[in-house]
Design a protein around this ligand. Structure first.
Ligand code: SF4
Length: 346
């Protein structure tokens, strides 16, 4: 994966800060909310857990979304990722209104999402770029109609290719207002690099100051995707030993469209429900016993099945980041007197 100079710098300087200190501050409020605008998707990718999801489908109501944003803004603020658990955020016809609502808040720092780009035209490329969103990541399956269909399960290659060109050019005409990343999912890197559509897209992305990433590494979505789903050069990540807590448990909170809160996007059916945002506040859930015990379970060697089978896990390393350090410092300074963050085992 590609990392910008800014995030590499954040990480290098963050390495100097003791993890314990960052964790102490982050335990007060989450730094990022992953908000599932919808768990409906208009594709059916072979590498995604979506096709195994059993829970009810829906779109987050505006009222619930606003409650969430108001509370997050009021208590600490931070970043919002509209790719919550599964589903494509562009399915939600109110996405632009929801982004505008969030960005009008003082303490919402960044808003981003990833999409398959199929519905970019329906939402309106210019409208989306003007909404206040900071970054958009668009996934595209291969660089030809057949590969796209094989990877994404739908026949939309030409539509997406045109949508990607359009968003790149429109963003360029708006002086690169939004940070754009195009991820090309490949089944054969050699083939895709020779492909004419790919070469022309690479050229265009360069002209428009956007990023292109080639990706062939996947995880199993906690045991749902297996090696037999991998085609040609596609690879599954190794399951690593998990001796320290997962960084996501100190950093992000994932809110499903119906208000249920889960530890991360790999819990697609809500096996570990931390709470529900309709009945509890974000901070109550963040500081609640279920999440505390989940963090502790890593050092006690009793992690739930969803985490056991997960390769999305990265340990605490990603917390060593200057941006998170600053957030921890800010939150810690304002609230540390009222909150005992030194509980053993966390
Ligand atoms: S270990 Fe995996 S499933 Fe568990 S919280 Fe981390 S990313 Fe989610």
């Amino acid at each position: 994966m590609f990392y910008s100079l800014k995030s590499r710098l954040n990480y290098s300087l963050g390495k100097l800060v003791p993890t314990r200190f960052i964790i102490g501050g982050l335990k007060l409020h989450p730094a990022t909310l992953l908000v599932e605008l919808t768990n409906i998707c208009n594709a059916n990718c072979i590498y995604c857990g979506y096709r195994f999801m059993k829970r009810d489908k829906g779109i987050m109501k505006q009222k619930l979304f606003e409650k969430l944003i108001d509370e997050f803004d009021d208590k600490s603020g931070g970043d919002i990722n509209l790719t919550g658990v599964v589903g494509d955020p562009l399915i939600d016809r109110n996405i632009v209104e929801k982004i505008k609502y969030s960005m009008a808040k003082k303490n919402i720092r960044n808003i981003k999402f990833s999409t398959n780009g199929i519905l970019l035209q329906r939402i309106g490329v210019k409208k989306l770029l003007e909404s206040g969103v900071n970054s958009i990541l668009i996934n595209i399956g291969g660089m030809d109609k057949e590969t796209y269909k094989r990877l994404f399960g739908v026949d939309d290659f030409y539509k997406v290719y045109e949508n990607v060109r359009k968003i790149l050019l429109t963003n360029k005409s708006m002086h690169g207002k939004v940070d754009l990343t195009i991820v090309i999912k490949v089944i054969s890197l050699e083939d895709v690099l020779k492909n004419k559509s790919c070469l022309s897209l690479k050229e265009l992305a360069k002209e428009c100051d956007a990023r292109i990433i080639f990706d062939n590494i996947y995880d199993s979505w906690s045991g749902r995707i297996s090696k037999k789903d991998m085609v040609d050069d596609m690879k599954l990540k190794m399951n690593r030993e998990k001796k320290e807590p997962c960084s996501l448990l100190y950093n992000t909170l994932s809110i499903m469209w119906n208000g249920d809160v889960v530890p991360c996007c790999r819990d697609i059916d809500g096996e570990v429900i931390l709470g529900n945002i309709l009945q509890q506040s974000i901070d109550e859930i963040w500081r609640g016993d279920i999440l505390k015990n989940l963090r502790r379970s890593f050092t006690k060697g009793s992690i739930p099945a969803i985490c056991k089978k997960c390769e999305h896990y990265e340990g605490l390393k990603p917390l060593k980041n200057l941006h998170l350090f600053k957030k921890a410092l800010r939150d810690g300074r304002s609230k540390v007197q009222n909150f005992n963050y030194k509980q053993k085992g966390e």
